[in-house]
Write a protein that binds this ligand. Structure first.
Ligand SMILES: [Fe+2]
Ligand SMILES: [Fe+2]
Length: 184
């Protein structure tokens, strides 16, 4: 186990949770009536996903992955392209929401959902298992230092705030306990 990987997996949990909320709202055709809440959700996604999670992966994680596991060079190039595409989809979605172009907003939102689901699976199934097993421990340590320095730009309580927001927006948009149904 490597802490550098575990932390990214934890972050993916919040990504999954919030894009699931977006998917449910869009599939239910409820974005127009919940515009203000959806705006909050989209702006959280742009901040958390693009400015925080993807930027941190690019600054602290993937450069070392390519260094130690050159076989992943092409995959990592693809991952960087995915990050750009996620940002572009989110920005275009926010614009469509602002303009109340619901058809475009719904279609872009579902693209974000499918794109991010596939992206997270690519990282978790293809790259993380090798890193988790074979990354030298001192490199894992250096990555964690990099994560901590990176986190400082967002505030030490950013994780706590993000987790609270994810739970709160889920309850607000879908009703309390929505994703608990059928899991336990
Ligand atoms: Fe990523
Ligand atoms: Fe990721």
């Amino acid at each position: 186990m490597r802490i550098s990987v575990t932390l990214l997996q934890y972050e993916h949990g919040i990504v999954r949770q919030t894009i699931d909320v977006l998917a449910e709202v869009v599939k239910g055709g409820r974005a127009p009536e919940r515009k203000a809440d959806v705006e909050e959700l989209m702006s959280f996604l742009l901040d958390y996903l693009d400015r925080f999670h993807h930027a941190k992966e690019e600054e602290c994680f993937f450069p070392q992955v390519v260094n130690y596991f050159p076989k992943f060079k092409e995959d990592v190039d693809g991952i960087y392209d995915d990050h750009v595409e996620a940002r572009e989809l989110l920005e275009a979605g926010i614009k469509a929401l602002d303009e109340e172009d619901w058809e475009t907003f719904n279609s872009l939102s579902m693209k974000v959902v499918h794109h991010m689901t596939a992206h997270v699976e690519k990282e978790e199934n293809n790259i993380f298992p090798t890193v988790d097993e074979d990354l030298p421990l001192e490199v894992d340590e250096a990555m964690n230092q990099c994560y901590q320095d990176f986190l400082r730009n967002f505030g030490e309580d950013y994780y706590q705030k993000a987790e609270m927001f994810a739970n709160e927006i889920q309850d607000r948009l879908l009703g309390p306990g929505f994703f608990d149904k059928g899991i336990y």
